[in-house]
Ligand binder design. Structure first.
Ligand SMILES: Cc1cc2nc3c(=O)[nH]c(=O)nc-3n(C[C@H](O)[C@H](O)[C@H](O)COP(=O)(O)OP(=O)(O)OC[C@H]3O[C@@H](n4cnc5c(N)ncnc54)[C@H](O)[C@@H]3O)c2cc1C
Ligand SMILES: NC(=O)C1=CN([C@@H]2O[C@H](COP(=O)(O)OP(=O)(O)OC[C@H]3O[C@@H](n4cnc5c(N)ncnc54)[C@H](OP(=O)(O)O)[C@@H]3O)[C@@H](O)[C@H]2O)C=CC1
Length: 486
């Protein structure tokens, strides 16, 4: 007979552990909580520091599962791979044949890299410690690599890799498009061939030479939908990411293109040996949709995340999002009774706030796991819960190219009609400020560098005060905008 638990959480990543931690803190000792995780190490957050109401910085810690369970009441953690779910009988089945019965289940199984070719040994993805080690050891002997994708991982790698030429192939007309539009991306383009440029001083004078512009991007291609136990913030900070090419480290960006085909050297030798003579002797070659052709040591496919939910959906009729995640409502419940999901494994499918959207990030995984725990506990005790405040506004703090980056609300003007405007302030090499205004109200903001504006604009997005009367003064560095709204 299978053991019965009040709560079972699948996954030892940040969403699963935040869910289990919250359950352990709110549920009395009589409740039994089980975490089943394929990985023996579990992730948790330390040094949690609030920056504003919505923005936080933190470090990620890996703990031995057994030590972690000893420090949390009524919590058991087992290193087991869940291979099936019998939702009708409320039973999770593990690959070793063991079975556990739940009252409430939360699936926090994360995601895995969505590779352009998962069968090719020359195509690498980056997700966890193991994949990073593999990447590092392959890079050690590499002189030239191709990076595909234009999001978080590609942006970090291009900046970090030393002693290796990089061909960066992107679908867009500007770099790092998941986070930056073409105008703001220009801020970084000059840094591409500089390596690990020194940290920008924190206290740069606001009197530096700046330009303010007001842009109306009406319907341009910049309006593109923004589409990671995974590594987290600062994963690459202390990593040596070095190739074998001591003579050269150039970044060549191939814009508006995709990989059409990948050919191993041995196949090319048979089919078209002239190409080897023309493009050099490499283990693998890449043909792009714009006819260009490159040889390289290997290819990094930094092309997004696919939710890891196969074992759950094979015998259960889950509603899935377009991205393949388990659809969850405003209580983090799936369509299957007593089954919840959180983090990279789920797709937020409630009526979302105009200033929030899902991005598969550490912060959201943490918030979703924590909230799912409260939701499950409330439901088991016949209490009602209302959507957590954190889902009111998108807020992300990170760094790219050694600059602090803050993204707030609808920073990308996604889904707005042609009448939005952008207020932009830029001091080359120092800071970049972009404010999205629609109907006189601030909808979103992007801050690059130490701007100190995040709190003010967080409030303006939340309060939806009409700011039309302030015009460009809103971002004038000589005016202390906070005074207006005190
Ligand atoms: C290289 C990289 C850099 C990143 N940098 C940042 C960043 O700077 N800032 C940021 O906010 N986010 C970042 N992210 C994204 C962030 O790390 C993820 O969004 C977040 O960690 C997702 O957490 P999760 O708990 O949902 O999933 P995961 O961390 O993937 O955890 C899933 C867990 O489920 C377990 N599991 C899966 N299937 C099963 C099963 N069938 N049975 C049992 N256990 C199972 C796994 O072993 C794992 O423990 C980055 C991601 C990557 C890959
Ligand atoms: N500092 C941070 O906040 C960081 C966050 N992360 C997170 O980790 C996760 C994984 O990162 P990453 O893999 O970079 O994913 P992202 O979702 O950030 O970016 C994926 C990129 O790959 C492109 N892409 C998708 N399919 C193809 C294809 N077939 N050919 C060419 N390009 C393609 C996408 O383009 P399109 O948009 O057109 O689909 C997009 O530019 C993400 O959730 C990310 O947010 C990772 C690193 C740092």
């Amino acid at each position: 007979m299978s053991e019965v638990y009040d709560f079972i959480v699948v996954g030892g990543g940040i969403s699963g552990i935040s869910c289990a931690q919250k359950l352990s803190s709110i549920a009395e000792k009589t409740y039994k909580i089980l975490v089943l995780s394929a990985s023996p190490l579990v992730k948790s957050i330390t040094n949690f520091k609030p920056v504003t109401k919505f923005l936080h910085t933190f470090d990620v810690k890996e703990n031995d599962a057994s030590i972690f369970s000893q420090t949390h009441q009524n919590l058991t953690i087992l290193s087991k791979f869940v291979s099936d779910l019998d939702s009708e009988n409320h039973v999770v089945k593990c690959i070793d044949g063991s079975e556990y019965k739940y009252k409430k289940l939360c699936i926090c199984s994360g995601g895995h890299p969505k590779l352009i070719d998962s069968n090719n040994p020359y195509v690498l993805g980056i997700r966890d410690t193991e994949t990073v080690h593999n990447f590092q050891s392959r890079l050690k002997n590499a002189r030239q690599i191709v990076i595909v994708g234009n999001g978080g991982i590609a942006t970090e790698l291009v900046h970090k890799i030393q002693n290796c030429n990089i061909i960066w192939t992107i679908r867009d007309s500007s770099i790092s498009h998941t986070f930056f539009d073409s105008h703001s991306a220009k801020f970084f383009e000059q840094s591409l061939n500089e390596q690990n440029s020194p940290l920008i001083e924190n206290n740069l004078s606001k009197k530096a030479k700046y330009t303010i512009s007001k842009i109306e991007l009406n319907g341009s291609e910049d309006k593109k939908p923004v589409t990671g136990s995974a590594l987290g913030p600062d994963w690459s900070l202390n990593l040596l990411i070095k190739g074998a090419n001591k003579e050269s480290r150039k970044v060549l960006v191939e814009y508006k293109t995709e990989v059409r085909s990948i050919m191993l050297k041995e196949h090319l030798v048979e089919k078209n040996p002239d190409l080897i003579e023309k493009f050099g002797d490499w283990p693998v070659y890449v043909e792009l949709t714009d006819q260009k052709f490159y040889g390289c040591d290997f290819i990094v496919s930094a092309t997004g995340v696919k939710p890891s939910v196969d074992v759950f959906i094979k015998n259960n009729k889950f509603d899935l999002g377009e991205d393949g995640g388990l659809k969850v409502n405003e209580r983090m419940e799936t369509n299957i009774k007593d089954v919840y999901a959180a983090g990279d494994a789920c797709t937020a499918s409630w009526d979302i706030s105009p200033h929030w959207f899902q991005m598969r990030l550490w912060s959201q995984a943490f918030q979703m796991g924590d909230y799912a725990a409260r939701s499950m506990f409330y439901s088991l005790n016949n209490l009602t819960i209302s959507l957590d405040f954190c889902f009111e506004m998108f807020a992300h703090i990170t760094s790219f190219f050694n600059y602090k980056i803050v993204l707030l609300g609808n920073y990308d003007a996604k889904g707005l009609d042609n009448n939005y405007e952008l207020l932009i302030r830029c001091t080359e090499g120092v800071e970049y400020v972009k404010i999205v205004i629609y109907n006189g109200k601030v909808q979103g903001a992007l801050f690059i560098g130490e701007t100190d504006l995040e709190e003010t604009f967080e409030n303006l997005i939340l309060n939806q005060i009409d700011v039309s009367q302030y015009g460009e003064d809103l971002i004038n560095p000589d005016i202390d905008i906070e005074d207006y709204f005190d």
